[in-house]
Ligand binder design. Structure first.
Ligand code: ZN
Ligand code: ZN
Length: 370
C-alpha cells in the first residue's frame, strides 16, 4: 500500500500534518491497546519512517516503490514493499527522532523493548541469576497432622567458596576490555537503502561487563558457582495440605558471577493413609458395627490421627445413612485456627447366625424398640 494512503495524507501534506496523522494512527493501532493491530501498527511505522524524513520522502516521491536495486539493501525486486527494509523490528530506531514524537516515545520504548538507548546501557549482559528449583517431599498423614522437619538432599549450584562468587581473584583485580574499551557494547553500522544505521551489540569478549579479570578462579573456571549436592532441613507446619508449595527464598541455584540465587520450592506430597481419608481439614474413617452392638448401645472404639483411639457412643435415633461427627478430631486447620472434625461412616453388619433363643427374645421385645 502507498505510504501516503497508509497515513491518510497526500503528497502535498506538510511535515506537521504527516506527523500529526502518524501519531493519531499509532495511538489508535498500538498493539498494547484494546482493539490494537500489530500489523497495521508496523505498516504505519514503516510509512512514517520514510515520510517523516524529508530526504527519504523525496526519494520515495521520486522512485516510489520501484526502488529495486537502488541501494545495498534493495537487492530484491520488492524494494520498499518487500516487507521491512530495516530487517525486522530489532533496529536501533535510528530513523526516528524521538524528541519529535513527544509522548510517542514511551510507546516506542514498550514496543521495541527500549531500543532507544541501546540494550547494553540498561541491562549489562544476559540474566545471570540462578534458576529456581522445585523438589517433591513425601510425608505421611501423621506428619501432616503433627508437622515435621525434613532433611532435603538435592543437586544444585553453590556459590564458589574460593572466589566468593566473583569468578576471579579479587586481589589480582581486573583490566579494561580491549575490544569495547570498557563500554560493554560495540557499535555496528548497517547500511540500508535509507542510509546507515548504528546498532549497539553486547561485547562478546567481556560479555558486556567492560572489564576482564586478570586471574580467573581455578575452582569455578570463572563462573562464580560450582555444582554441588546440598542438604537443607525444612520445617513443615501442621495442617499442610497435599500439593502445597513451601518457598525457600534464595534456596535455588546460585547465580553466576555473584548474581542473585534462585528460589527453592518444595512441593509437599501427603501420602494416602490406610485408615483415614482426608477432606481438607476433616478426616473420614470407616467402621464396621454389628446390629447387636447397636441395640445394646455399646461404646465403639475409633482410631484417631493423633494416635490411639477414642470411644464414641451412638446417639439415639441416629441414622446409619449418615456419618457420625466427632468434633475436633480432624486435622489442624492451616494457620493454627482450630481443628477439623472426624467423621465415622458405619457399615452395619448382620450377625452370621442368630440362635433360636436370641431370635425368640428379639421377637418378643421387638415391638418395644422405636
Ligand atoms: Zn568488552
Ligand atoms: Zn570461583
Amino acid at each position: 500500500m502507498d505510504y501516503y494512503e497508509l497515513l491518510g495524507v497526500n503528497k502535498n501534506s506538510s511535515e506537521e500534518e504527516i506527523k500529526k496523522a502518524y501519531r493519531k494512527l499509532a495511538h489508535q493501532h498500538h498493539p498494547d491497546k484494546g482493539g490494537g493491530d500489530e500489523k497495521k501498527f508496523k505498516e504505519i511505522n514503516e510509512a512514517y519512517q520514510v515520510l517523516g524524513n524529508a530526504e527519504k520522502r523525496a526519494q520515495y516521491d521520486r522512485f516510489g516503490k520501484n526502488f529495486s536495486g537502488a541501494g545495498p539493501g534493495g537487492g530484491g525486486q520488492s524494494g520498499f514493499s518487500g516487507g521491512n527494509p530495516f530487517g525486522g523490528f530489532g533496529f536501533d530506531a535510528g530513523g526516528i527522532n524521538f524528541e519529535d514524537l513527544g509522548d510517542m516515545g514511551d510507546i516506542f520504548e514498550t514496543f521495541f523493548g527500549g531500543g532507544r538507548r541501546g540494550s547494553a546501557g540498561r541491562q549489562r549482559g544476559r540474566d545471570r541469576s540462578g534458576s529456581d528449583l522445585q523438589i517433591n517431599q513425601e510425608i505421611t498423614l501423621e506428619e501432616a497432622y503433627a508437622g515435621a522437619a525434613k532433611e532435603l538432599k538435592f543437586k544444585t549450584f553453590n556459590v564458589c567458596e574460593s572466589c566468593t562468587g566473583l569468578g576471579y581473584d579479587k586481589q589480582a583485580g581486573v583490566k579494561q576490555c580491549d575490544v569495547c574499551k570498557g563500554a560493554g557494547e560495540v557499535r555496528e553500522s548497517r547500511r540500508t537503502v535509507f542510509g546507515t544505521f548504528a546498532q549497539s551489540k553486547q561485547c562478546t569478549k567481556c560479555a558486556g561487563r567492560g572489564e576482564i579479570p586478570n586471574i580467573i578462579c581455578a575452582q569455578c573456571k570463572g563462573v562464580g558457582r560450582v555444582g554441588a549436592t546440598r542438604t537443607l532441613t525444612i520445617e513443615i507446619f501442621p495442617g499442610v495440605s497435599d500439593g502445597q508449595l513451601i518457598k525457600v527464598a534464595g534456596g535455588g541455584e546460585a547465580g553466576e558471577s555473584g548474581a542473585k540465587s534462585g528460589d527453592l520450592y518444595v512441593q509437599v506430597r501427603v501420602l494416602p493413609h490406610k485408615v483415614f481419608e482426608r477432606v481438607e481439614s476433616d478426616l473420614l474413617v470407616k467402621k464396621e458395627i454389628g446390629v447387636i452392638d447397636i441395640l445394646v448401645g455399646k461404646k465403639i472404639s475409633i482410631p484417631v490421627i493423633s494416635g490411639g483411639a477414642t470411644e464414641v457412643e451412638i446417639p439415639g435415633g441416629f441414622s446409619f445413612n449418615e456419618r457420625l461427627r466427632v468434633s475436633g478430631k480432624g486435622m489442624p486447620k492451616f494457620g493454627g485456627h482450630g481443628r477439623g472434625d472426624l467423621f465415622i461412616e458405619f457399615e452395619v453388619r448382620a450377625p452370621k447366625k442368630v440362635s433360636g433363643k436370641l431370635k425368640k427374645v428379639l421377637e418378643e421385645f421387638g415391638g418395644e424398640v422405636s
